[in-house]
Structures are given as structure tokens and as C-alpha cells.
Design a protein around this ligand. Structure first.
Ligand SMILES: [Zn+2]
Length: 299
């Protein structure tokens, strides 16, 4: 029998191990009520989810995600400030951060806030309009849509900005490499929820995620291409593969009809070369690979 505790907020950590026959073995009891709002919890897959749409605990977690480095990253809207603003009723939905400007006098009166910090916070909220589209999509807090998926979706939406999300057909979402039926369903359920979808209108009203204001998406030169690397190269293979991925390419361990290029160093693997020849895959050297990588273009 072991004793565990939550570590790093999430990961269970074993703190003690009990031996012997005198251990009383009981089945672990899952909590049935949300510790934040007292509503029922529901088991969805591996998650225990609070069924209350307006749960304050869920709101605070979403606000944390919305303000993370990969999302809006609003300086001055840290965890402590969020706690105060939610508890005092200034924020009850994600979109409410854009209404804080109407309450500046009341905000200045709050503990720990002053004229300068409120004015800085409001101007930082306004700067969210400069964030690029992937960051804005990440900030919507759609389940399973993290920064990587957000970037792929942004490339699809780019000409329309954030409101394009409302119009995007399911088949277009499913055509994105990395978006399967589960993620697509989560996106559609966000769009079809009047409450959640309101955030897109609030963003648009405040100039967030608009194509004329947000930063262009830098798109890797290797997007959509799959590489296999073989032989001895000027640096560790792992590092070369990392460069390929960062430039938008994919790496595979063996050649198939889906492989675009075989990158050959000295003494390339004979089976990989044979397989590349069989599938008519272009073989390139390291120098040509980096010429392709450096050809970064902006869409
Ligand atoms: Zn709750």
C-alpha cells in the first residue's frame, strides 16, 4: 500500500510505502462534488469534470490558460489578480476582461491595486489585439486545442481572422493534419455554444485576432513535407530532426510512399536508400536541407 499526494498540481507522487499484513485496504473514493462550487462532478474519460457551466474554479483555470505565454499573455493579470477580480465579481466570463476598462475607478480601490497598476493592466489588455492568430486561438480555451493545433488551424483561417472559426466547415477542420474527430467535435461544440462563442464577438469588437492587426504567421518552409534522415551528419541526428520539425516538416524513421525527402549523410543506411529508390523519393544532402529550411516565407 502506498500513500500518494498531488505533486506539481497534477502528478501523483508516492510519499510513503506501507508493508505488512496489517494494512487496511480500502478502495479509493472519488470525490462527487466540485471543491470550488459544490456542484456534481462527472467522469469524462480520465477527467472528473464539474457540471456547473459557471463554476468559478473552471473560470480561474481558463483565465490562467488564456493569459499563458502561448496565449494572450496579459502582463498584470497574474493568478493573484485573477483571484481578486473573480471573487469581487468583476470577471465572470473570459470576455469580461475586456469590460474591466469600464470599472477602472472601482479597480483602483481594490487591495493591492493602484492607479498605475490598473492603468498598466488596461493598456496591456488592449495590447492583446497585437497577438498573432495562433495565440488568440489558444486563448479561447477550447478543449484539446493547444498552441500546436492552434497554429495549424490559424494557417487554415488566416485570410479571415478569428471569426473565420465560425465559418470553417467540419471537413476543412478534419483536413488539417493533427485534427481528428475529437478535436473537430470540441471546436464545433465551442462554436455552437452561444455562451462560449460570444468570446469571438468580444475579441472582434476589441480588435483581437483581426487579420489587419495581428502579427503575421511565420510559416516553416518545410510545411507538409516528411523527411527521413540517415547516415552521419555534421551534428547529432536528433538536432537535425528538431530543425526539420521547427521548420514545419515531419520526421519519420523509415521511407514510405508518404516520405518527401531522404536526407543522406555519410554512410547512409543501405535499406533506407533502397527503399527511397523503390518509392522514387528524392535524396538530398544536409546542405540542401538547410537551404530549404532557411527559405522561410510568410503567409
Ligand atoms: Zn465547480
Amino acid at each position: 500500500m502506498v500513500k500518494i499526494e498531488r505533486s506539481g498540481e497534477v502528478i501523483p507522487k508516492i510519499t510513503e510505502v506501507y508493508f505488512g499484513d496489517d494494512c487496511e485496504i480500502r478502495e479509493a473514493e472519488l470525490p462527487s462534488l466540485c471543491p470550488c462550487c459544490g456542484h456534481n462532478l462527472e467522469k469524462r474519460g480520465v477527467d472528473l469534470v464539474c457540471t456547473n457551466q459557471d463554476c468559478v474554479g473552471k473560470l480561474k483555470v481558463k483565465l490562467r490558460l488564456m493569459n499563458s505565454r502561448e496565449a494572450l499573455e496579459i502582463v498584470g493579470l497574474g493568478e493573484e489578480t485573477v483571484e481578486i477580480l473573480v471573487d469581487k465579481g468583476f470577471i465572470s466570463t473570459l470576455g469580461d476582461i475586456f469590460s474591466l476598462k469600464f470599472h477602472s475607478k472601482e479597480l483602483i480601490e481594490l487591495d493591492g491595486m493602484g492607479e498605475k497598476s490598473v492603468s498598466d493592466l488596461l493598456s496591456n489588455i488592449e495590447s492583446a489585439a497585437k497577438k498573432d492568430l495562433p495565440s488568440v486561438i489558444t486563448s479561447l480555451c477550447i478543449k484539446d486545442v493547444g498552441p500546436k493545433i492552434a497554429k495549424l488551424i490559424a494557417q487554415k483561417l488566416h485570410p479571415q481572422g478569428i471569426m473565420g472559426l465560425i465559418l470553417v466547415p467540419e471537413e476543412d477542420l478534419l483536413s488539417i493534419d493533427g485534427v481528428g474527430p475529437v478535436i473537430s467535435k470540441n471546436i464545433l461544440s465551442f462554436i455552437h455554444s452561444t455562451e462560449e462563442c460570444k468570446l469571438l464577438y468580444i475579441y472582434t469588437y476589441n480588435g483581437v485576432g483581426q487579420i489587419n492587426t495581428c502579427k503575421p504567421i511565420v510559416c516553416g518552409a518545410l510545411n507538409g513535407k516528411t523527411f527521413v534522415v540517415t547516415g552521419t551528419l555534421s551534428k547529432e541526428r536528433k538536432l537535425i530532426e528538431q530543425d526539420i520539425v521547427e521548420a514545419g516538416g515531419k520526421v519519420s524513421s523509415s521511407c514510405s510512399s508518404k516520405t518527401s525527402y531522404l536526407v543522406c549523410g555519410d554512410n547512409p543506411g543501405s535499406s533506407k536508400v533502397a527503399s527511397a529508390e523503390k518509392h522514387s523519393i528524392s535524396m538530398i544532402d544536409e546542405q540542401l536541407l538547410y537551404e530549404m529550411i532557411n527559405n522561410v516565407h510568410i503567409i
